[in-house]
Design a binder for this molecule. Structure first.
Ligand code: SAH
Length: 345
C-alpha cells in the first residue's frame, strides 16, 4: 500500500524529515492539517523541501467527478484511490453548519439490501490517511464556510474498520480542530465496535442505522442483524448510554409498506423509548438493486406524528443529492457501469 500525505503521525513525519529542525516539522504538520494546504502551497518552507514532501507524500485521492445539487449546497465527489478503487464523499452546507460525509471503506461487506454500496460488496478498508484527506479536501472546497461536522455515513461500515477510523477521528479532532461531539459515527449495529467506542476518551456522537425494530424485517434489510439481533443491540446500547451519558440517534430510511406502518412505529417506539433515543426519518433513496418504493411525504409525516404521540423525539431529514441521482453510493455505481460499457480493445 502506498503511504500517502495524511497517513503519517506527527512523529513519523518528523522521522521522514530527519535532520530538519522541529519548527520546520511543525510548519509542515500545521500547513497540511490546520491550514489544509497542499505541499506545493507551503510557501513558508524552502522550495527544495516542499518538492521533497510532494514526491515522498503523494495525495491519496484523485478527483474523478464532482457534481453539485440542491442549488450548490450539496457537493458530491467521486475519488479514485491509489490502487484504483473508487469512493465518495459529500459536502453539505446548511444555514448553521457545514458537514462532510466521509467513507470508511471502499465498498461494504454488510450487504444491506436497500443500500447501493451494500449491493456491490466489499473491496477494502480505507487507511487513516484516506479518511483524513476526505475531510481536508472538503475543507479546501469550503473556504467561506468552515467544515464544522464530520459524519461517517458514506461508504462502508466504520466500526468494521475500527483502528483506522479511530485514528482518523483523533486526527480530525486534534489536528484539524473539529469538536468530538461534531463527529458522528454511524453503524449498522456492530456490537463489539459499539463496546469499543464506549471505552474511548473522545465523546463522539453515535448513530445506529436501525430501519426496523422487528427482527424478521431487519434480518432482511440488514443481514448483520442475524449476528447482532435487536435484543442484544438494545442491551449494548443501554450499556453505551450508561458509560457515555450521551443521546443515541437512530436512522430510519422510510420504505413503503416495509417499515412505515403503524405497527412499525409502535415497535420502534418500544425500542427507542427506554434508550431515550432520537429518531431521524429519511426517505428511502431508490437504488437499482432494491424494488421497494420510498414512503410518500404524507406517510412520513403520519409516521413522525405517531412517534411523537408515543413520546419519541423524531426529525424528518431531507435526503440531499437525490435531484441529480447522486445520493449515497450512486456516483460510484454509475461510474462502474460507464467503465464496464467501455469497448474492449
Ligand atoms: N455502515 C454505516 C454507515 C454508512 S451508510 C451504517 O450502516 O450506518 C449511512 C446511512 O445511509 C445508513 O443509515 C444507511 O442505512 C443509509 N442508507 C443506505 N442506503 C440508503 C438508501 N438507499 N436510502 C436511504 N438511506 C440509505
Amino acid at each position: 500500500m502506498v503511504i500517502t500525505r495524511y497517513d503519517l503521525s506527527r512523529t513519523e513525519l518528523a522521522d521522514l524529515l530527519e535532520g530538519e529542525p522541529n519548527y520546520r516539522v511543525d510548519q509542515v504538520w500545521e500547513g497540511l492539517h490546520s491550514q489544509h494546504r497542499d505541499p506545493a502551497d507551503l510557501t513558508n518552507i524552502p522550495k527544495k523541501l516542499r518538492s521533497a514532501i510532494e514526491s515522498l507524500l503523494p495525495a491519496a485521492l484523485t478527483p474523478l467527478r464532482e457534481v453539485s445539487a440542491d442549488n450548490g449546497t450539496t457537493i458530491k465527489n467521486l475519488w479514485q484511490l491509489s490502487d484504483g478503487h473508487l469512493i465518495e464523499s459529500v459536502l453539505m452546507h446548511y444555514r448553521d453548519r457545514s458537514t462532510v460525509c466521509v467513507s470508511s471503506q471502499a465498498g461494504c461487506a454488510m450487504a444491506c439490501s436497500f443500500c447501493a454500496t451494500g449491493q456491490v460488496g466489499f473491496d477494502r478498508h480505507l487507511t487513516t490517511g484516506e479518511i483524513v484527506e476526505q475531510v481536508i479536501r472538503a475543507s479546501q472546497h469550503s473556504v467561506d464556510k468552515r467544515v464544522s461536522n464530520v459524519v461517517f455515513m458514506g461508504m462502508g461500515e466504520p466500526l468494521a474498520n475500527f483502528d483506522n477510523v479511530w485514528s482518523a477521528i483523533e486526527r480530525i479532532n486534534t489536528d484539524i480542530g473539529i469538536g468530538a461531539r461534531k463527529i458522528t459515527v454511524s453503524t449498522v449495529g456492530i456490537i463489539p465496535g459499539i463496546e469499543r467506542l464506549s471505552q474511548q476518551k473522545l465523546p463522539v456522537s453515535l448513530a445506529v442505522s436501525l430501519h426496523s425494530a422487528n427482527d424478521k424485517t431487519r434480518n432482511h434489510l440488514a443481514p448483520i442483524n442475524r449476528t447482532y439481533p435487536l435484543r442484544k443491540l438494545a442491551e449494548c446500547l443501554q450499556n453505551y448510554k450508561r458509560a457515555r451519558n450521551r443521546r443515541i440517534s437512530f436512522e430510519w430510511a422510510m420504505m413503503s409498506e416495509v417499515n412505515d406502518t403503524d405497527e412499525a412505529a409502535r415497535e420502534l417506539a418500544a425500542f427507542a423509548r427506554p434508550l431515550n433515543a432520537h429518531v431521524n426519518l429519511i426517505p428511502l433513496n431508490p437504488t437499482p438493486g432494491y424494488a421497494t418504493s420510498p414512503s410518500g411525504p404524507e406517510a412520513i409525516v403520519h409516521f413522525r406524528d405517531l412517534l411523537d404521540s408515543f413520546g419519541v423525539n423524531t426529525t424528518i431529514r431531507s435526503n440531499r443529492g437525490t435531484d441529480i441521482d447522486a445520493a449515497c453510493g450512486q456516483l460510484r455505481a454509475e461510474q462502474a457501469v460507464a467503465f464496464s460499457k467501455r469497448p474492449k480493445r
